[in-house]
Write a protein that binds this ligand. Sequence first.
Ligand code: SF4
Length: 236
Amino acid sequence: MPMVIDETPLARKRRARKMYRLLHERYPYAHAELDFETPLQLLVATVLSAQTTDVTVNKVTPTLFARYPSALDLAAAEPAEMEEILRPTGFYKAKTRSVIGLAQALVERFDGEVPPRLRDLVTLPGVGRKTANVVLGNAFDVPGLTVDTHFGRLVRRFGWTEETDPVKVEHAVGELFERKDWTMLSHVLIFHGRRTCHARRPACGACPVTRLCPAYGDGETDPAKAARLLKYELAP
Ligand code: SF4
């Protein structure tokens, strides 16, 4: 259930910004965990990350992009060959079809380049607002909020919004922060969701925002037990 807390819009904005500051201090290295060098690579990696971890995607993408460096190469790929490369990511037949279809659309409609605008990106097959915002925020430096499952769960626990629809969540949270902070805020919340504020058992006793979070107590509050729940699998 989303937390409803009685506060003015200004108080909510101040509380949200304070929480962001504390979480940013906890995860100063928060970043997109998918490896990429170009917008095309990030777009494809994001599509591949469905139903699997970024770590797994990062294991296959070097081979994929060495074999198919451009959208044209991806569009003309032999499906069976690409399937073998993508197999470790799961659903590899469907993902192969998605990647080839996406690359064909890029070649046909955008000269093989990834368009840097939300309204163009979401016209590509298999690309929704979440994927588009990942690409805009990280490959084009256009501020974007990435409302994935972690982000949605956390902002409702935080009492920043009661909305459940991802587009409404994006707008409600966007109102609380300056645009320049949107991309880093997304990384920080996704890191917090993966490492501390887990879906089933949040590690409340080891969390930096306990005093500002109305959901404190939903998870383990004993500091020693909470510390054992932390998952810092990718921390430097
Ligand atoms: S206090 Fe608990 S529920 Fe709130 S953000 Fe921290 S871990 Fe999540």
